[in-house]
Ligand binder design. Structure first.
Ligand code: GDP
Ligand code: IMO
Ligand code: MG
Length: 421
């Protein structure tokens, strides 16, 4: 029985897309179980370069079947565009991509409200992707959501009418423009026509697959510390991001989730608001420029910081991590010294991540240890032994601190720039 959950151990963008694409060769099913198209997963392989938001990143493996679970929220225009793009790129998804009819649909008012709420919060804004994620999950848990299954009857129209009455009041009160029922209905009926061939209840697929000992690769969206409960609330996302979310979001019983790959960037990045204890503020520094990244979904500049071991350690404990996939080790090449936060102090006391809230985390003092760097280009390294001694030491230090072995190491963005250890 092989169920492998691939999760991010930081604040997202750890390189989950690449890890899933790498591991998918052995998978029968590749699945998304949480979040929506706020995710942006980069995959670089023989088909090209892709930034994927909804379709599982493992879809490039030709024998793998893609599943989008009921825990995922679906923006139909993004899904349709992604399917068309993949089909055009020679990755035929027809007949091997299934979307749960239980999944909730992102409506135009969700995106509008996301923006209006953010603007109302001003400086305290979360810095969302403005994809409607918070509002669609709020509707889901307050019984106001619209699911794909509603489109099979006139339930869609009935529910839309109620929702537009409610939502237009809020939108106009906040200075926005009311949405027209006919326009939204026609637009979404047309989307449904295109999504319909991909809709299928996943219960039997998942249960039969588990019974037949099939391999499932579960692709988390976001990172451990954007989790609604365990993240840096309110600077989080609206879905559960720890592996247990696959139970609700896909129907995989918890006892099957025994392999958890924690994708961990060799440094730290974050997009949007919220604490980042190891943040590097000097935008002119060599390290800031080296670590710099552009967000795959929104094109924003990612905030950067040194590796935070307390964060990785906490993620390992929360998710039951069984191995680490360390990414972007190549980016550290050329640094003379590498700083690593080994623990936090707060009012003179050593504390854990979980002892403070998001505002407290902004106040913690990071205890740094300095590690000697390496000057060699490591992008051609194929084995652990090919890495310079100091790079090997850096890897070993991480596995010791997290208490989890590092079994994959990324030395470049492409699929084959990966060391399997
Ligand atoms: P995800 O959201 O976790 O899938 O990560 P993103 O795709 O948003 O961001 C990760 C970025 O790092 C992307 O630009 C990847 O192409 C890149 N990347 C992933 N692994 C490596 C690696 O080992 N080395 C380098 N240089 N880039 C990597
Ligand atoms: P992947 O899967 C990084 C962040 C947003 C914002 C907060 C809430 O590519 O790692 P939301 O739109 O979800 O309501 O925004 O969460 N965020 C991500 N940051 N990677 C992601 O996904 C993210 N998805 C959401 O920047 O701070
Ligand atoms: Mg990303």
């Amino acid at each position: 029985m092989t169920v492998i959950a691939v999760i991010g151990s930081q604040w997202g963008d750890e390189g989950k897309g690449k890890a899933v694409d790498f591991l998918a060769e052995r998978a029968d099913y590749v699945a998304r179980f949480n979040g929506g198209n706020n995710a942006g997963h980069t995959v670089i392989n023989e088909f090209g370069t892709f930034k994927i938001h909804l379709v599982p990143s493992g879809i490039f493996a030709k024998n793998a079947v893609g599943l989008i679970g009921g825990g995922v929220v679906v923006d139909p225009s993004v899904l349709i565009e992604e399917i068309e793009m993949l089909n055009k790129s020679g990755v035929n998804v027809d007949g091997r991509l299934w979307v749960s009819p239980r999944s909730h649909v992102i409506m135009p008012y969700h995106k509008i409200l996301d923006g209006l709420y953010e603007e109302a919060k001003g400086k305290g804004a979360t810095g969302t992707t403005r994809r409607g994620i918070g509002p669609v999950f709020a509707d889901k848990v307050s019984y106001n959501g619209i699911r794909w299954t509603d489109f099979t009857s006139d339930m869609f129209e009935q529910r839309l009418e109620v929702q537009l009455t409610l939502k237009n009041k809020i939108i106009t009160a906040l200075g926005g423009e009311a949405l027209e029922f006919n326009k939204v209905r026609d637009e979404y009926r047309a989307y449904y026509g295109k999504v319909k061939p991909y809709l299928k209840e996943l219960f039997s697929i998942v249960q039969d697959g588990l019974k037949a000992d099939k391999t499932f690769l579960l692709e988390q969206a976001m990172g451990s510390f954007l989790d609604t409960d365990w993240g840096t609330y309110p600077f989080v996302t609206a879905s559960t991001t720890i592996p247990s979310a696959a139970t609700a979001g896909l129907g995989i019983p918890p006892k099957y989730i025994q392999n958890v790959v924690g994708v961990t960037k060799a440094y730290t990045t974050r997009v949007g608001g919220g604490p980042l204890p190891t943040e590097i503020h000097d935008t002119e520094s060599e390290v800031y420029k080296k670590f710099g990244e552009v967000a795959a979904t929104t094109g924003r500049i990612r905030r950067v910081g040194w590796l935070d071991l307390e964060i990785v350690r906490t993620a390992a404990q929360l998710s039951g991590m069984t191995e680490i996939c360390l990414t972007k080790l190549d980016i550290l090449s050329g640094l003379k010294e590498i700083q690593v936060c080994t623990q936090y102090k707060f009012n003179g006391q050593t504390i854990r991540y979980a002892d403070v809230d998001a505002y407290g985390l902004d106040e913690v003092e990071c205890m740094y240890e300095s590690f000697p760097g390496w000057s060699e280009d490591i992008s051609k390294a194929k084995t652990f032994e090919d890495l310079p001694a100091n790079a090997q030491k850096y890897v070993k230090m991480i596995e010791e601190a997290a208490g989890v072995p590092v079994k994959m190491i990324g030395v470049g963005p492409a699929r084959d720039e990966t060391i399997r250890r």
